[in-house]
Design a protein around this ligand. Structure first.
Ligand SMILES: *Cc1c(COP(=O)(O)O)cnc(C)c1O
Length: 372
């Protein structure tokens, strides 16, 4: 089987993690935590980094720091991972959705203003599969309506919007370093901000809201969302070769596109003029006229030894969110179509040219058989 998304762990990763084991700095203090926070923040041109246990807890802390009141709303895309919507729900807010753009699969920013009302507190753009959201209209709206921007850049390490890195736009930006992300710490995440008081608050919430002045005296409830020094060691080593990783992803994106673009009715990822796409995952969407959905296409590719993954299912179609009373009767047609017709091809860090060619040959053979 050609795996769908594998990390690449080099000598440096092993050396750095070993240093933690040999020196005993295995918990959440140590030189790698500070270095990873500082260097990832600097890479994204932000001032403060707060490392946390994963991308989901990063989003939860970001929303928690808004201190939402009952009835407060946060606008997010319908096409995303459940982490985004559940962070809003756990934070006591109401998730409000907009559909996605049919080409970039990121939130359709033209639909946002109609959803803003006096209860709106924040917008949560999510860069999907490595392509940035069209940020300028969002920045204008957030300024005009005094809304906090919580940027989810978990899938867009190193991606750029008009020459600026993803993760540099939000009042708070959130990252995941899960094993399939461009930089991984195994499990892990980070929040970035330029606002010092926000950074202090996030650090406190991450670590049980301990007080510096008096140990074991608490005026607020926090969490244990700490990252370990070992994980940060892995992340720092990964960051030191991020340029190679991004080059690999961009090679993979460009090469797939070259080899698949002649297949009529197969939609491929785009790269808008204002964007640098890092092709975290190489998604494809099958035209409905082809007569099969992504589940069936994935089954056929799997029979050829090619692993794939389905696209997200829309937040408004999630039984757990419907059961909580959200999104009743709402429809987001682009999300609904691409969640049924979309899947992504092997996009891992270890994918070889031979494997990529095999994937393309498999996709093409299935495509020809479907087109008679
Ligand atoms: C991976 C991911 C997350 C969640 O990160 P975890 O580290 O798996 O909790 C959040 N948002 C997006 C867009 C993601 O791709």
């Amino acid at each position: 089987m050609i795996p769908v998304n594998e990390p690449r762990i080099g000598e440096k990763e092993i050396a750095y993690v070993n240093e933690c084991l040999q020196t005993g700095w295995i918990s959440s203090e140590g030189r790698f935590i500070d270095a990873f926070e500082r260097q990832w923040a600097a890479y994204c041109r932000m001032k403060f980094g707060i490392a946390v246990s994963n991308g989901t807890t990063a989003l939860e802390l970001a929303v928690e720091s808004l201190d939402l009141k009952p009835g407060d709303e946060v606008i997010l895309p319908s096409f995303t991972i459940i982490s985004c919507a559940q962070a809003v729900v756990y934070g006591g807010g109401i998730p409000v959705l907009v559909d996605c753009d049919p080409h970039t699969w990121c939130m359709d920013v033209s639909q946002i203003e109609a959803k803003i009302n006096p209860r709106t507190r924040a917008i949560m753009p999510v860069h999907i599969y490595g392509h940035p959201v069209d940020m300028d209209p969002l920045l204008v709206l957030s300024e005009k309506h005094h809304l906090t921007l919580i940027e989810d850049a978990a899938e867009a390490h190193g991606a750029e919007y008009k020459g600026c890195r993803c993760g540099s736009f939000g009042h708070i930006s959130c990252f995941s370093f899960y094993a399939n992300k461009i930089i991984t710490t195994g499990e892990g995440g980070m929040l970035l901000t330029n606002d010092e008081s926000t950074a202090v608050r996030l650090r406190s919430l991450r670590n049980l809201a301990f007080k510096k002045e008096r140990r074991f005296y608490h005026t607020e409830l926090g969490h244990n969302f700490r990252l370990t020094n070992m994980q940060a060691a892995l992340g720092l080593a990964q960051l030191e070769h991020i340029e190679e990783s991004l080059q690999h992803k961009r090679w993979l994106g460009k090469t797939y596109t070259e080899k698949l673009s002649h297949l009529d009715g197969l939609q491929l990822p785009v790269e808008e003029d204002w964007a640098k796409n890092v092709y975290w995952m190489y998604g494809i969407v099958l035209d409905e006229k082809i007569g099969i959905d992504a589940v069936e296409f994935a089954r056929r590719l799997s029979a050829r030894g090619i692993m794939t993954r389905p696209f997200f299912l829309g937040m408004h179609e999630q039984p757990v969110l419907q059961a909580k009373g959200f999104f009743h009767g709402e429809s987001y047609p682009i999300t609904e179509r691409i969640s049924r017709q979309g899947l992504y091809l092997p996009s891992g860090m270890t994918l070889t040219e031979a494997q990529l060619n095999e994937v393309c040959a498999g996709v093409e053979a299935e495509w020809q058989s479907l087109n008679g």
